[in-house]
Design a protein around this ligand. Structure first.
Ligand code: FEO
Length: 407
């Protein structure tokens, strides 16, 4: 049984959080390693005889969710359900909730969410397709539905309450992990939490990250950001003191704002030859006062790819090391590069080092990728077997050049 939080967040307007702590999912979307877990946050709002539920949670927690919901209200008394996004981590418990509600509630969502809900669950009930920026008066409150396409699917919207400066963000503002408390004011290590937010952005929204500044611009033009006081996301911490701080972090990750002297090294090494090349590069970086972040894929280690991707947006430069495998790149390198192109394709200077047995593949493979890879490989050095004295000199020279370009 999952831990479920049911807490009142505000008296006026009367808002509760229902948070499911999921420490069972090891691979979010069946791919991203999340030993830190994830939460699914839904919210309940009561206003003059009307009760609005915002989102639900993953389907496997339907019973836990209904139990928590029933501790607050009789589900039959829910008059409105807002579905911001059809992805099942937020909509999975919806069929059970509607069943318990006896399909009395109006369901508000975008036309695409409606289509997806029907496809996923054969949802019955009073589904209302909203229009972008549509305002609805419910009880004493005016709710404004604002479409935020591609954050994270094309169907996505948020709900804004202008009078109180509150956003129900769903994926907008989300982060991985199971925080020890509900809101950011009680988070002891906000930098650590921001890393989980970065990881969430890169792995989940990364492919669509150009829509982050686009949607933020839209919210700014609508006056939402200037008036923002509270951000209630669908994952992770609630932001009720400095919500803009979180959105600024989102924008930084989307734009790939670099951290000074953050050098990321990612490499695979089957028999230690690439390892020797990388160690020369590390030695040169250290001689220049730079301590890199290193991920090594070897016969003894396989770090999570989600961590590697997390370290890309704010890096100032990258050094890759790839061994040659069957006249191509190592399978790990192939997967890594394809996921970088898909999720973390930032314009960063980089150096590529490689080792081969009888025929090199590094330059050819990088050339093949160059059309889609935004990372700018300033030099690719590949050697047969171990690096020799001349190779060492070239690696050191290239690292120095990379340091200059990273500034
Ligand atoms: Fe948290 Fe796109 O779902």
């Amino acid at each position: 049984m999952a831990k479920v939080w049911v807490e009142k967040l505000f008296d006026e307007p009367e808002i509760y959080i229902l948070r499911i702590d999921d420490d069972m999912t090891r691979f979010f979307e069946a791919v991203w390693e999340i030993p830190e877990g994830i939460t699914y946050n839904a919210y309940l709002l009561r206003t003059r005889g009307e009760t609005i539920l915002f989102d639900t949670c993953k389907g496997e927690y339907s019973e836990d969710f209904l139990k928590a919901l029933s501790s607050l209200i009789d589900p039959k008394t829910i008059t409105h359900v807002v579905v911001h996004h059809a992805e099942p981590d937020h909509s999975g418990a919806l069929p059970k909730v509607l069943e318990a509600n006896e399909y009395r509630a109006k369901i508000w969502c975008t036309p695409l969410t409606k289509k997806l809900l029907e496809a996923f669950y054969d949802i019955k009930g009073d589904l209302k397709s909203i229009e972008d920026k549509e305002e609805v008066k419910i009880g004493e409150l005016k709710l404004k539905f604002i479409c935020t396409p591609w954050l994270h699917w094309p169907d996505t919207m948020i709900t804004y309450i202008p009078e109180n400066g509150i956003i129900f963000g769903c994926d907008v503002g989300g982060g991985y992990s199971i925080p020890e408390d509900i809101d950011e004011t009680k988070e002891k290590d906000i930098d650590r939490y921001f890393r989980y937010v970065t990881k969430y952005i890169v792995t989940v929204i990364g492919h669509y990250r150009k829509y982050i500044p686009e949607n933020f611009e839209k919210l700014k033009n609508l006056g939402v950001l200037d008036n923002l006081k509270v951000l209630l996301p669908g994952h992770g911490l609630v932001w009720r003191k400095e919500p803009l701080k979180l959105l600024e972090h989102y924008a930084k990750v989307a734009l790939g704002e670099k951290t000074k002297d953050k050098f990321l090294i990612v490499y695979d090494s089957m028999y230690g030859f690439v390892d020797k090349m990388i160690n020369i590069a590390i030695d040169e970086l250290k001689a220049n006062g730079i301590e890199p972040v290193v991920y090594a894929f070897t016969d003894k280690s396989a770090p999570p790819l989600s961590d590697v991707l997390t370290d890309i947006p704010d890096s100032s430069a990258i050094i890759f090391g790839f061994s040659t495998y069957e006249a191509g790149l190592h399978p790990t390198a192939r997967y890594l590069l394809s996921e970088i192109v898909d999720k973390a394709n930032y314009e960063k200077p980089a150096l590529a080092l490689g080792s081969f047995g009888w025929a090199g593949a590094l330059k050819r493979e990088l050339q093949r990728l160059s059309k889609e890879l935004k990372i700018n490989i300033i030099e690719a050095i590949e050697v047969s077997g171990r690096p020799k004295a001349e190779d060492e000199r070239r690696i050191r020279e290239s690292v120095k050049k990379l340091i200059q370009l990273s500034l």
